[in-house]
Design a protein around this ligand. Structure first.
Ligand SMILES: Cc1cc2nc3c(=O)[nH]c(=O)nc-3n(C[C@H](O)[C@H](O)[C@H](O)COP(=O)(O)OP(=O)(O)OC[C@H]3O[C@@H](n4cnc5c(N)ncnc54)[C@H](O)[C@@H]3O)c2cc1C
Length: 435
């Protein structure tokens, strides 16, 4: 039987991770799937701030031989400190140092762009190896996207929007992120509002030159108006990474700015400036640098919730499939774990794609449900409108740290999804890989 011909849409985190595992299928190189990865951007997208890899995510990177490379590329953040507007530290929580704790700074903190680059290079190295042994490996297509997609019996016919080429695949995997075009094409754009649950939170991420006040700790300043500013270290670039966060369900401009996408960076910056110009602390420095920065990224916080993750020969993956939102701290971990379970299911059911997709869904659902569970009202509670509310939250955080209850909470969260053992699908074992 001919090897499966698979199109993966999106070369972020989930896409190349899936491709890498598919190439590690325990069959001869000539029988491994033929893979195409289609990425809209002209190169790997380097934006984004610190992301976490926890528990099952660590197990997955070990299976790809990537643990050393990823640990060597971490940001070096030592934990979180909460500061006053005079920059006095009033509370702190160190990095977790293990899978059993779900502290704000995880065991592995890495810049998103750096991780995307490592995943892509890893899949490319595996592809070169498979091609040397007579397999098809991966065909990477950058700077294009799907123009059309039709399912015909057991095949999917697609047309690439830029090149106009038409191709046929056995399976199409939509790993194209929160705003997935694949999801809209197959499930219908009309249902997006229902599927993508907006949380009323918006964030701007970018990097700025370091200053004397920056340390190896994340400094977190929250203030009235449901606003949070975070400054974080990055060992790799030597720059300080910034996260500005607003909780607001009323101002539609915040939502529209996210929908308008990358063509409107200047307008997004102006909006963020309007919100933070009077925040105090280091806002003058941060906003001044923000207007100059080239790596600005603005996004809405949302969760993707769907009853089924596949339709005939199209399946979603990662954020496109079940984005749990940045609040969960599990987006990247679940994207990598989902890639692993999908590849594993395809290895277990090479002749029956429907069975494989059902198996993937069955394996992932409990972890996804767990990660998507947010305490009702938590966002508004933790991001108060008034100075009095800020004072109450500060007192609550101090109480949790002083009584050590925060450790119990971190252990409870860490003991769920993050630490469960992963199934073994017989993928080839790899030595540690270095770029
Ligand atoms: C630029 C960027 C910055 C991010 N920053 C952060 C952050 O700071 N903190 C955080 O927690 N999470 C961030 N995320 C989200 C985070 O990467 C994901 O939650 C998680 O890693 C899951 O990865 P994914 O591969 O499913 O999706 P993503 O990492 O979003 O990757 C999706 C990929 O698909 C590509 N793509 C999109 N549409 C198409 C299309 N139509 N055709 C082809 N390709 C397409 C995108 O360019 C991207 O490379 C960011 C995502 C992106 C794309």
């Amino acid at each position: 039987m001919a090897p499966l011909n698979i199109l993966i849409v999106g070369c972020g985190i989930a896409g190349p991770t899936l491709a890498a595992f598919l190439l590690l299928s325990p069959v001869p190189a000539s029988e491994k799937p033929r893979i195409t990865i289609l990425e809209r951007s002209s190169a790997i997208r380097s934006q984004g701030r610190n992301i976490d890899i926890r528990g099952v995510g660590v197990a997955v990177i070990r299976k790809l031989g990537l643990e050393s490379a990823i640990r060597a590329a971490t940001t070096g953040e030592e934990g979180v400190q909460w500061v006053t507007k005079e920059n006095h530290v009033w509370a702190s929580v160190p990095a977790s140092g293990g899978a059993g704790f779900h502290s704000p700074t995880s065991d592995i903190e890495i810049m998103r762009g750096r991780l995307a680059e490592i995943c892509w290079k890893r899949s490319k190295a595996l592809s070169d190896d498979v091609q040397r042994k007579g397999g098809a490996g991966i065909d990477f297509i950058f700077g294009d996207h799907l123009g059309d997609l039709r399912q015909e019996r057991a095949k999917v016919c697609v047309q690439f929007a830029e090149s106009g080429d038409t191709k046929t695949y056995d399976l199409v995997v939509g790993a194209d992120g929160l705003h997935s075009e694949t999801r809209k094409m197959v499930w219908g754009a009309d249902g997006e509002e229902e599927r993508v649950k907006q949380l009323g939170m918006y964030g701007a991420f970018f990097s700025i030159p370091p200053a004397d006040t920056d340390t190896k700790w994340r400094r977190c300043f929250h203030t009235a108006g449901r606003r949070v500013m975070m400054l974080r270290p990055d060992n790799q670039s030597g720059r300080t990474t910034v996260f500005l966060n607003i909780v607001n369900e009323k101002d539609s401009r915040l939502h529209d700015a996210a929908r308008n996408g990358h063509g409107s960076v200047q307008a997004q910056k102006e909006l963020i400036k309007e919100y933070f110009h009077d925040a105090g602390w280091e806002s003058d420095r941060v906003l001044g640098e923000m207007m100059e920065t080239k790596d600005f990224y603005y996004e809405t916080a949302a969760q993707v919730k769907m009853e089924t993750w596949s339709k005939e020969r199209v399946v979603l993956l990662g954020d496109a499939e079940y984005c749990p939102s940045p609040m969960s701290g599990m987006g990247t971990t679940l994207a990598m774990y989902g890639a692993y379970t999908l590849a594993g299911a395809l290895v277990q059911h090479p002749q029956d794609i429907s069975a494989a997709l059902a198996k993937h869904e069955q394996t992932m659902r409990p972890s996804v449900d767990d990660a998507q569970r947010l305490m009702p009202g938590m966002l508004r509670l933790m991001n108060p409108e008034t100075p009095w509310g800020v004072c109450m939250v500060d007192t609550g955080i101090k109480f949790l740290i002083w009584t050590r209850l925060i450790r119990v909470l971190m252990m409870l969260k860490g003991s769920k999804t993050a630490t469960k053992p992963v199934d073994d699908y017989g993928f080839e074992r790899l030595p540690d890989w270095r770029e």
